[in-house]
Design a protein around this ligand. Structure first.
Ligand code: SAH
Ligand code: SF4
Length: 372
């Protein structure tokens, strides 16, 4: 299903596309730069705030574009280090954007490193059996403007928390495309959005600090390898053999390991940087020593970093995380082989699991009896 908003989002425009729109009206090119400066650097929240634009132009902009296509409906800050923004789109669909703060010695949370986790679709069609995002099925792709707007909402939030942040281009350190949806299934909007995020006239955010996570759409991984901007890549592996991976990730039927691994190799060779293999540990499914050893072989072959994520339980799904000992034993097999391995235990660091669940709760509450 496509959603056709009454007005396109300004956050989906590039400097070129906006200049072209303005040129159609006989406006000079420098106006486009001024407008984008208001949006991304000065963080104007209303057209009236753009005081160096003629009134008539502001009126035309208001008629033509949506300044902010996503509205903040809920901000849930947990006791841990995550801060979740529940955002509502023009068609009332809900998405989540998560701010993960990594506390640093001696400084308060406001000065910690911040990673922002963004969504690219409403729901997900990939059908991984363990995932909350796919539970309610796939609704639609996000537009480029809706993807960019999530990051602007984070900037607004950070500006409110620390007024000094506004002076910075973007008040966060990393972006991970690990929220709801399969980013490479919404390829064009994703690349357009990240181009805007990266551009000097946009958020000016470095491509190397942006990680795209995919369940393994091989042709799109190869396409991504050819993009001029050097984004980082993370692969949701979750199974070190076809047998195990296929049980939990239907995508493995179309793109089994024999196709996926060579594509990842092409990517990492082109970019000369380490790819991350994500591996959720699910009890009795993929946490055996045999899986650990096979994962070790794959990681060594790809010269990849491995991120082990103890599974986060999802209401309504039967899967569980293995015991701490079992998690450690698994990690040790990789570490002993010299593979750079992270095993994250802190709740707030479970980036992925943080995404998708708040939305699911709200969707469920909406459709519960008593809700109109
Ligand atoms: N669709 C993309 C990106 C979004 S999912 C992908 O699959 O890579 C981001 C990560 O969260 C993936 O590695 C996914 O497998 C993981 N994930 C999903 N549900 C989870 C859960 N309940 N606990 C831990 N990780 C989960
Ligand atoms: Fe989609 Fe990723 Fe969840 Fe799989 S893990 S259903 S690809 S969001």
């Amino acid at each position: 299903m496509k959603f056709a908003p009454a007005k396109p989002a300004l956050t989906g425009e590039t400097l070129d596309s906006l200049t072209a729109r303005l040129a159609e009206r006989g406006e000079p090119a420098f106006r486009a730069g001024q407008i984008l400066d208001w949006v991304y650097k000065k963080r104007a929240r209303a057209w009236e705030d753009m005081t160096n634009l003629p009134k008539a132009m502001r009126a035309w902009l208001a008629e033509t574009f949506e300044l902010m296509p996503v509205a903040l409906v809920l901000n849930r800050q947990s006791a841990d280090v995550t801060d979740k923004l529940l955002l509502e789109l023009g068609d009332r669909a809900l998405i989540e954007t998560v701010i993960i703060r990594a506390p640093q010695e001696g400084v308060g949370l406001d000065h910690s490193r911040k990673t922002i986790c963004i969504s690219t679709q409403v729901g997900c069609a990939m059908g991984c059996v363990f995932c909350a995002s796919g539970l309610a099925g796939f609704k639609r792709d996000l537009s480029a403007g809706e993807i960019v707007a999530q990051l602007l909402q984070v900037c607004y939030r950070e500006d409110e928390r620390t007024p000094r942040a506004r002076a910075e281009l973007a008040s966060f350190d990393n972006i991970v495309v690990m929220g709801m949806g399969e980013p490479l299934a919404n390829y064009d909007a994703l690349i357009r959005a990240l181009t805007i995020v990266n551009a000097e006239w946009g958020l000016g955010f470095g491509a190397r600090r942006i990680t795209i996570s995919t369940s393994g759409l091989v042709p799109k991984i190869l396409k991504l390898a050819d993009e001029p901007l050097g984004f980082r890549l993370a692969i949701s592996l979750h199974g070190a053999t076809d047998e195990v991976r296929e049980q939990i990730m239907p995508v493995n039927r179309a793109y089994p390991l024999a196709k996926l691994i060579p594509a990842v190799k092409v990517f990492s060779e082109k970019h000369g940087r380490m790819v991350t293999l994500e591996f959720i540990l699910i009890e009795g499914v993929n946490d055996s020593l045999d899986q650990a050893r096979r994962l070790r072989t794959l990681a060594l072959d790809l010269h990849a970093h491995v991120n082990l994520i103890p599974y986060n339980t999802v209401e309504g799904l039967p899967w569980k995380r293995p015991s701490l000992t079992r998690q450690d034993t698994f990690a040790e097999v990789l570490r002993q082989a010299g593979i750079s391995t992270t095993l994250r235990r802190e709740k707030g660091h479970d980036i992925a699991a943080a995404c998708g669940q708040l939305r699911l709760q709200t969707e469920r509450a909406r459709t519960a009896p008593g809700e109109a």
